[in-house]
Design a protein around this ligand. Structure first.
Ligand code: PEP
Length: 253
């Protein structure tokens, strides 16, 4: 069963106090207003994970996730955070392969494959991001480009591992730009991702995997995107920084 997931990626925003207030607001409003089958995830800066997780602990709707983790278990990697550390804060998700990490930190498909495997082995749910640049889309290569990302990072997982992964399709040209993929563009790519899982694994594995859309999703466009048959939720950047906007997106399901 594909889970409905609305995840907020706070990126490098919010001080500790601001993050705690935002998390409290989301928990309180979600309790009254968000449907029981919609799962919210707050992906906070690493330094806030423990404090935010202690706020969401009482909620059956809101979980916490990191925005990255190391592919190494532990050791001399100054400034990095490990899967065990993420887990020990109370977080249960981790975003891996966000386009900003790929671009500014040169994260590769192979490295991301290692991160996904490590996260799964520790019991964290990877929220694996993929997506093409505008140039790639305009050249008509978006489907093959995204397929390549999936193949290189995910498709050597066992079926049992694979069905625990959440995928976020995030066209880079739509992230933080205010430009959203059309419903047809989103559905085409989500269906192609699901078909690719069917051909590399099986229909039953593909039926377990939630595929989220990310890229300028906001209250005004969420409903039509979330209504697409292969869109199982959203990864929200800018609009996750205000509790009301984030909740309105979750309510559009
Ligand atoms: C993101 O960074 O994952 C994202 C989708 O950002 P925004 O919603 O701001 O486009």
């Amino acid at each position: 069963m594909r889970k409905k997931i609305i995840a907020g990626n706070w990126k490098m925003n919010k001080t500790l106090e601001e993050g705690q207030s935002l998390a409290s607001e989301v928990v309180n409003i979600a309790a009254d207003e968000v449907a029981a089958d919609v799962n919210l995830v707050l992906c906070t800066p690493a330094i806030h994970l423990g404090a935010v997780a202690s706020i969401t602990k009482s909620s059956d709707k809101v979980s916490v996730g990191a925005q990255n983790m190391s592919e190494h278990e532990s050791g001399a990697y100054t400034g990095d955070i490990s899967a065990d550390m993420v887990l020990s804060t109370g977080a249960s998700y981790v975003i891996l392969g966000h386009s900003e990490r790929r671009e500014y930190h040169n994260e590769t498909n192979a490295q991301l494959g290692d991160k996904v495997k490590l996260a799964l082995s520790k019991g964290l749910t990877p929220l694996f991001c993929c997506g093409e640049t505008l140039e790639t889309r305009e050249a008509g290569n978006h489907v093959s480009f995204v397929n390549e990302q999936l193949k290189d990072s995910l498709f050597d997982l066992s079926a049992e591992e694979m069905q625990k992964v959440v995928i976020a399709y995030e066209p880079i040209w739509a992230i933080g730009t205010g430009v959203t993929a059309s419903t047809d563009q989103a559905q085409e790519m989500h269906k192609s991702i699901r078909d690719s899982i069917v051909s590399n694994y099986s229909q039953s594995v593909a039926d377990e995997i939630s595929i989220l859309y990310g890229g300028s999703m906001k209250p005004a466009n969420a409903q039509e995107l979330l209504a697409q048959p292969d869109v199982d939720g959203g990864l929200i950047g800018g609009a996750s920084l205000k509790s009301r906007d984030f909740i309105e997106i979750a309510k559009s399901y």
